[in-house]
Design a protein around this ligand. Sequence first.
Ligand code: SF4
Ligand code: SF4
Length: 405
Amino acid sequence: MRLFSKGIKLHKDLDIDFSVSTQNVSGDVYTFLCYAGQEYELLIKEGSRVEKYTKIAVADGIPIYASVTGEFCGVCTFESGDVTVIAAHIKNSGEYTPPFSALSHTDIPSSPAELLDLFKNAAIIDTFNKDYLCNTFGKYLTCDSLLLFAVDDNPYVVTSCAVMCDFEEEVLEGLSIITRSLKIKNAVIMMQKNFKTAQFFKKRYADIKVMRATDKYPARLNALIYAKKNNSLIITPETCRAVYRAAVFKEPCVTKTVTVWGDAIQKPAAAQIPIGTTCGELLDMFESHTQIGKIVANGVMNGYLIMPNDIITPFIDSITVMSDCAKMQQKGCITCGRCTAVCPVGLAPYYVLRRAAREGSSKAYFNFDLCLKCGCCSYVCPANIPLDTYIKLYNDERSKADAQK
Ligand code: SF4
Ligand code: SF4
């Protein structure tokens, strides 16, 4: 791993050319309905047969579609990070269901209201916005441009880059539908790999600008800064592709592309699987060359641990499979300074371990309120100190103390 003065070098695993393979799963599937506490209404009875793409429930006003064909066995709950998700258990028959027009609308959207309807009818989730797009979309109705985040933003997520490279035509058609519906003049693609291909598309779609992303982590931060300055809606390639498939093929969003990588995986790649596939079944599609230690969803920086019998929700973009747990044992700080070198906002994270920081200081690099919780410092620390967690605890303590004054 090479260090930059700010940001970190992408992991060497990811120099491998990624491609997305479409996988039909044979095991049972647990289709995501909603989070615990949200309201949902089931439209099918236990024991009944469901076809892939049929509407099985409505959760918080959003239709939920079966991601495979089989028997509905009831509702169950799973822990996913610090939230509980509710899912519909479908005993997968493994039958192939030919695509059919599952969505009722007929026209390609041409106004914001029609686009919003499409997002809702097709249950399109955007992982950058971490929600069903129809729920977060309202605030973007007056945006000036679209930023398509197609960056290989490892070690956070890489799905965006894989989908962009493998389904460019569909992604760009989807982008074009969104820009036309919102009457937006500009769309910007932020990418890093396949930049030459991007230049080709720039010629074909004259209104699309292509911006080369920096190779410093976190690229996500650069996207957010650009979006704020330019009043842009940030979306992922997977969302654009889902818009295209919903508008043209009337296909609801029932699959998820997930990148599987980590030191236990022989050949990292991205797989398109039905939403609700178990993590164990996803891992069976990949060969591991050693015993699996930990599985982390959504990146080693600030993702969370999952188990093989947990499910792939629409919010999981990547699975990191690690082998060497011993390496993760925490040791004492050796004051190497790596955490300071990588911090994108110029903090000196290791000071959080010291009295000087706890007692307060006006120096900029102690201002832990600025911490983005990106996790770069913990990732590079050779002593495996979870610095971002300590900073969070420190900030929480300080806010409590300030509230009591
Ligand atoms: S990277 Fe880890 S060991 Fe190095 S100074 Fe920071 S906390 Fe200490
Ligand atoms: S988690 Fe906070 S302190 Fe650590 S590198 Fe990111 S912004 Fe800096």
